[in-house]
Design a protein around this ligand. Structure first.
Ligand code: HEC
Length: 424
């Protein structure tokens, strides 16, 4: 990859400093009507610039202008045809999602036609300057003006060191209970913010003498953000209750960029006008205390959850980790019918999005959600951190699922027994 980058830069330098080569239609005649400033930039805007732009996670490969994108043309074709970009884990055909983070066939064809046809620039008048500027400065919220914006204190990151996780407790100062319908996130410094998740502050009683870090206060998950992910509103009538005075903990993972950096990220909250009839809760389905022998190449781990009251699944987030080859979740209903919720493959450190179902998935009482993961603890696994591989003991959430249930049903029962989580 590094070499390819050098070659791309070299080609670019050559093209810039040897004008003959640039106009070099003798070598590369223009044989396409597809233009960068017209069709291509709009495809990139929709699918790629959430990561490949200044102040985003792939700021080192920006694709926002012709000059930036042209040297990468060949690499773009390869990435797109190999379906490595945009990064995507959910296998097509299993589960139906609002955003499938996949290039459409038409967009793929346009990209390939542009590249094979000599990658022409087109008329600068067609370039959507305004939209691209907005996307880069990242000040706009895609769902419109939020009801409440919370901002963390400035975080300082050293030049040396590993990727780090930092947490901040953000008071909401709400005077009344509210029902959250969406959460959005804007990294302050998109080049170093790898991902973020939002949680309620844990209400577990702590002795006053114990000092806890913000990361230890992380309670129930409200949602998560990864670069390029589109914020999504919950379906009408579903909200997540935020009690007056309750606090939100934002957990941000930072990527070490090799340079000292600072960040002040923002979290936007959107509320329903009034109490929603259904409340949402995110449950983690975890495999408790499993042992994976060293060198096991295809070790199956299972976890499951029993649905004790009728509910519907709104979103799902497979939590792939370096040892996971795949994670699959399915709902087995009491009538015996089986619905595959998601199949995800190819762990990528850079990309673990939440998938919102196109329509909520009905889960009658007695449904079992079964999650199976295949793990590779051998040295064939390119993410294997141990050399040689060692026996692993895992206590690992395999996926998170957001379930909506009637608020009435919830108050009728003690809080803990709402959903029995049986781990195996
Ligand atoms: C979620 C973030 C994200 C999105 C969206 C994304 N990329 Fe990438 N891209 C990456 C990362 C991270 C890399 C670094 C290599 C890797 O991890 O595979 C990369 C690498 C690349 C490379 C360089 C590959 C090489 O040869 O080194 C190209 C070209 C590329 N992306 C094009 C695209 C295009 C075109 C799109 C849209 C169709 C896109 N990317 C969407 C994150 C993203």
């Amino acid at each position: 990859m590094f070499n390819r980058r050098l070659i791309a830069i070299a080609v670019f330098v050559f093209a810039v400093f040897f004008p003959f080569a640039r106009t070099g239609s003798a070598h590369e005649p223009i044989t396409t009507k597809v233009m960068f400033n017209k069709e291509i930039i709009r495809i990139l805007e929709r699918n790629c610039l959430g990561c490949h732009a200044p102040n985003k996670i792939k700021a080192d490969i920006p694709l926002t202008t012709y000059e930036e994108a042209r040297p990468w043309a060949k690499a773009i074709k390869e990435e797109v045809l190999e379906k490595r970009m945009m990064p995507f884990q959910a296998v097509k055909g299993y589960g139906r999602f609002q955003h499938d983070y996949l290039l459409t066939q038409r967009d793929t064809e346009l990209l390939v036609s542009w590249i094979e046809g000599g990658a022409p620039r087109g008329d600068i008048k067609d370039y959507p300057k305004h939209e691209i500027e907005h996307l880069i400065d990242g000040k706009d919220w895609s769902l419109g003006e939020p009801d409440l914006v919370l901002q963390s204190e400035e975080v300082k990151l050293a030049a040396e060191g590993d990727n780090e996780t930092r947490c901040a407790v953000l008071p909401t100062n709400l005077k009344t209970d509210r029902w959250l319908t969406a959460i959005d996130f804007q990294p302050g410094n998109g080049a170093v913010v790898h991902s973020a998740s939002f949680h309620l502050r844990s209400t577990k009683p702590i002795p006053p003498t114990v000092k806890m870090s913000a990361c230890e206060m992380v309670g129930e998950t409200l949602g998560a953000w990864v670069p390029g992910q589109t914020a999504t509103r919950l379906p009408a009538g579903i909200g997540r209750k935020l009690n007056a005075g309750e606090q939100i903990v934002v957990q941000i993972r930072y990527r070490n960029s090799g340079e000292a950096a600072t960040d002040r990220s923002r979290v936007a909250l959107y509320f329903a006008k009034e109490a929603t009839p259904k409340t949402l809760r995110t449950e983690a389905i975890a495999a408790a205390s499993v042992t994976i022998p060293a060198n096991a190449e295809n070790h199956l781990v299972k976890a499951s959850m029993l649905v004790a009251q009728p509910t519907e699944a709104i979103s799902i987030r497979p939590l792939l980790f370096p040892f996971a080859k795949s994670v699959e979740a399915k709902a087995i209903r009491p009538d015996g019918s089986i619905e595959v919720l998601i199949v995800a493959r190819d762990y990528r450190y850079d990309w673990q999005p939440t998938y919102f179902f196109k329509t909520p998935v009905q889960l009658p009482r007695g449904t079992r959600i079964e999650v199976s993961a295949y793990l590779d603890n051998s040295d064939n696994n390119r993410n294997q951190p141990n050399d040689p591989p060692v026996e692993l003991k895992l206590n690992q959430p395999l996926c998170e699922i957001a379930l909506a249930k009637s608020a009435l049903a919830k108050t009728a029962q003690p809080k803990k027994s709402g959903l029995a989580t049986s781990l195996r």
